[in-house]
Design a protein around this ligand. Structure first.
Ligand code: SAH
Length: 326
């Protein structure tokens, strides 16, 4: 059956014609393949496409296809919402959503492969869609087992807001994906303001887990840093960041805030010269740094913009902060 799903790209048990008909019928009745249904496709001018996907129980999540020359990056969701409530992220506005199963996570990749379309062995996969992968670490690890049938683990990146027990659990896996950590501040006060999860696992604890991450020689941990005007974009903040990330082999990926007047009315993207200066401070401290330019993606499918339905339930309020694991 796995061969039918992955090599044959089957979307139903009915297509698995070398199984006895009676068995196929029983399978159709009792199970589904977990492949999500495409509800809507929105394509940005730079070619990136956001897919709104419906899961068997009606829950909707988003996945993004980002063409990059001959290859592409597929961005998948791991939860149908997010409990972490980062100040700059639209997904957090909708609150916690259920964990996706391994099949639903890998199924997003298969659904996009069919729709985009693209063939096997041509993609990178990033767990940077909706949700916090390491609050669903069991299913994410099972999804890695499935995806690794055709995407090498060095082409898969799991991004976390810093769930320490999840990092430790993932670290014990035999094959390791790349690790990306959403840092967005180098001091606890600022980080807690932007990312409440920092209250549970402050920077020192996070870095203890990162220093223990079994990084292969020559590889680096990626630190994502969302630049928010006036909040975390000063030269001082850059200098502090440079000192902090030196603790592990790493690179910094700056993401100028994708604005959302509707959902994030108080937050602005810093002006371009501020972004350049911030990157310059890091570079002159010897830290490898790139700036993620979201271009036409900004309006529809960029980082922090995924919400899985057109209108998350307003009005949202400040929520308690339910992080399991402690
Ligand atoms: N929960 C995981 C996976 C989501 S990845 C994590 O936090 O890493 C989504 C990335 O987009 C994160 O790095 C996050 O910091 C970033 N992001 C969230 N909101 C954003 C926004 N409005 N503009 C730019 N980047 C944003």
């Amino acid at each position: 059956m796995l061969r039918w799903l992955w090599v044959g790209r089957a979307t139903s048990f009915g297509e698995m014609t070398d199984l006895p008909r009676a068995l196929r019928e029983r399978l159709e009745e009792a199970f589904d393949t977990g492949l999500p249904e495409v509800v809507e496709r929105t394509t940005a001018e730079d070619g990136a496409a956001k897919f709104l996907l419906r899961l068997p129980d009606g829950v909707q999540v988003e996945a993004v296809h980002i063409p990059m020359g001959k290859r592409q990056t597929v961005c998948v969701s791991s939860q149908a919402g997010c409990a972490l409530d980062c100040a700059f992220c639209v997904t957090g506005r909708m609150g916690a959503g259920r964990n996706l199963t391994a099949g639903e996570i890998a199924g997003q990749y298969l659904a996009l492969a069919r729709e985009a379309p693209f063939g096997p062995h041509e993609s990178n996969v990033v767990f940077m869609g909706m949700g916090e992968p390491l609050l669903n670490v069991r299913n994410v690890m099972d999804a890695l087992d499935l995806l690794e049938r055709e995407v090498a683990s060095r082409r898969i990146t799991v991004s976390t807001a810093g769930i320490v027990p999840g990092i430790e659990q993932l670290a014990r896996r035999r094959r390791l994906p790349n690790l990306a950590v959403s840092l967005s501040a180098a001091d606890d006060e600022t980080r807690t303001r932007l990312m409440p999860v920092n209250r549970t696992w402050p920077i020192a604890e996070l870095f203890r887990a990162l220093r223990a991450w079994p990084l292969e020689a020559g590889r680096r941990i990626t630190f994502e840093y969302v630049l928010v005007d006036g909040a975390n974009d000063s030269d001082d903040a850059a200098a502090r960041l440079a000192r902090l990330v030196r603790a592990v082999p790493s690179k910094v990926n700056l993401i100028p805030l994708n604005e959302s007047p509707e959902w994030l009315p108080d937050l602005r993207r810093p002006p371009a010269d501020r972004v350049d200066r911030f990157a310059g401070v890091l570079a002159s401290a010897g830290v490898p740094v790139t700036v993620r330019r979201s271009k036409g993606l900004g309006a529809v499918a960029a980082c922090g913009q995924l919400k899985g339905r057109e209108t998350p339930r307003p009005p949202w309020k400040a929520r308690a902060f339910p992080v399991p694991g402690r």
